[in-house]
Design a protein around this ligand. Sequence first.
Ligand code: COA
Length: 78
Amino acid sequence: MGVLRSHMGSGVGLALLSACESWAAGADIRRIELIVMTSNTPAIALYRRTGYEIEGTRRASIRIDGVDHDQFLMAKLL
Ligand SMILES: CC(C)(COP(=O)(O)OP(=O)(O)OC[C@H]1O[C@@H](n2cnc3c(N)ncnc32)[C@H](O)[C@@H]1OP(=O)(O)O)[C@@H](O)C(=O)NCCC(=O)NCCS
């Protein structure tokens, strides 16, 4: 997910996650997984704050402009 730069820091990310989780709970989904680059401090802070935990590191799992980056697998049990 992504929030327009002009609207970052005003609760939109929290609202988007909350809406996803409400939908998932209504669909009897018990677990949500996500993948985030290990350098993405704002996103990781958002996910931790809302109860997602790091379950592992996917090393060199994405290549951007010829550079490999690590990603965290994070998950939350609803
Ligand atoms: C990550 C992202 C979705 C957060 O959305 P947002 O609307 O700015 O976040 P919110 O205003 O709802 O903030 C909720 C929480 O996220 C964390 N957070 C948000 N921006 C942060 C920042 N710049 N630094 C540290 N923590 C941050 C905080 O825990 C914050 O809670 P707080 O305000 O009580 O401290 C947004 O920064 C974004 O679109 N980033 C670019 C795209 C991206 O990286 N998407 C995720 C890919 S996995």
